[in-house]
Design a binder for this molecule. Structure first.
Ligand code: GCO
Ligand code: MG
Length: 416
């Protein structure tokens, strides 16, 4: 029986996709959500948010994906994934892979709801009780950053990412203005920031020297370079940070050329994390197989959903590379919900990034995950456990915003 025929029979008929739509909402920041509905009335949600490029994914879904979904069997998750990936002819890229992810996560959500099982059980069951997360502490200077780390420790965090202002550089990456989560995409046109690698390289070892002195050896500390350094500079920083035993140093250099990481490896044993901007297993493959990284950050929302990221995690597992999914606030609670189920199941779990969403966002996305003692716990409700309040969502119309750019002091464009 062909797939087209099978959707018309028995319970398969209940699983037939009868509607799908894109919901764009901006409760403090933009989110794009795909809602897929079946004939039985069961629906699934997938996140399709690509920060600063939201409407590209919304249009891709509306014009090029949704028409293909109507009439399909929502239970054919693998076939739908292959259809959207191979069938487009134009493969990969963040827009395509985010759109595919939204469909994939929505279909896993439907499968869970129809089976009456939480997503982690569909994947293979629980490997751990709770999911270790890291929060974001930052300060305009070292003093303030250390006080913020203390605040995270007092909230129960066992792992904290620390970022700090660099003297002379305006709008440093990762430093919040208030005690809210860092939201870089703040204006319609990109904000201009200033960068200096020498000034940064002087400062960061001092920051971690102070953090170890103030907070002891057992707290897990992380840091994000945000793709700013040349490989040999990244190697120097990774070596300078060795005494402070980081959990990881993230995006130490742009990964466009994976061989750059060989230079870092040659000089330092600081663990390396990469991959939040990756969107397929082919971006990850070289770094993993050559054992140039320790944590892979590629997330469900930007890399084709659960179906594809599961393959990335399995490949990583062969080389003892662990997961450390991207979890900034521009990934919606839908992604957080799905990621926590994945993290609860996956054998080679490392850590999960957790930037707390604003209360406004959390109201729009009712969810059943909870934070306790430095860990997040996924809920037991069927599917991924995150919903959307569509009426409330309507009250927050899309607001155009782009990510900042960075320039050197002489005006040269740099990596933000
Ligand atoms: C992180 C990231 C974010 C990104 C943001 C871009 O490690 O959390 O680097 O801060 O900059 O997700 O949209
Ligand atoms: Mg990052």
């Amino acid at each position: 029986m062909s797939i087209a025929q099978s959707v018309l029979q028995g319970s398969v008929r209940d699983r037939q996709i009868v509607a799908a739509r894109v919901i764009v909402t901006s409760p403090g920041r933009n989110f794009v959500t795909l809602k897929v509905e079946t004939r039985s009335g069961v629906f699934g949600l997938g996140d399709a948010t690509l920060n600063g490029r939201e409407l590209a994914v919304a249009a891709y879904l509306e014009h090029h994906v949704i028409p293909n979904l109507i009439g399909r069997d929502a239970g054919c998750i693998e076939d739908t994934w292959q259809f959207l990936y191979r069938g487009a002819y134009w493969r990969r890229g963040p827009v395509t892979m985010t759109a595919i992810a939204a469909v994939d996560v929505a279909l896993w959500d439907i499968l869970g709801k129809m089976a009456g099982l939480p997503l982690y059980r569909l994947l293979g069951g629980r490997s751990r009780e709770g999911v270790l997360v890291y929060g974001h502490a930052s300060g305009r200077d070292i003093e303030e950053a250390s006080a913020e780390v203390a605040r995270f420790v007092s909230m129960g965090y066992r792992a904290v990412r620390a970022q700090c202002g660099v003297p002379g550089l305006k709008k440093p990456y990762g430093v919040t203005r208030e005690k809210n989560a860092y939201e870089p995409a703040e204006s319609e046109l990109p904000a201009e920031t200033l960068w200096s690698s020498p000034a940064y390289l002087e400062l960061v070892p001092k920051l971690f020297d102070r953090l170890r002195a103030d907070h002891g050896r057992s707290l897990e500390l992380l840091h994000d370079v945000h793709h700013r350094l040349a490989p040999i500079e990244a190697a120097r920083l990774a070596r300078d940070l060795e005494p402070y035993r980081l959990f990881w140093l993230e995006d130490a250099t742009p990964a466009d050329n994976p061989a750059g990481f060989e230079l870092i490896r040659r000089h330092a044993v600081t663990p390396l994390a990469v991959g939040e901007v990756f969107n397929s297993i082919f971006d990850c493959k070289g770094l993993i197989e050559r054992q140039l990284i320790d944590f892979i950050r590629t997330s469900i929302v930007h890399a084709g959903g659960v179906t594809h990221v599961r393959r990335i995690a399995d490949l990583a597992g062969l080389y003892q590379v662990r997961t450390g999914f991207h979890g900034a606030t521009d990934l919606s609670p839908v992604t957080m919900g799905a990621a926590l189920h994945f993290d609860t199941w996956v054998a080679n779990f490392g850590i999960q990034e957790y930037m707390h969403h604003t209360e406004q966002t959390l109201e729009v996305f009712p969810h059943d995950y909870t934070f306790r003692d430095g860990r997040l716990y996924c809920g037991e409700s069927p599917g991924h456990g995150v919903d959307i309040d569509e009426q409330l969502a309507q009250r927050y119309p899309y607001s155009p915003r782009q990510l900042p750019i960075a320039r050197l002091e002489d005006g040269t464009m740099w990596d933000w």
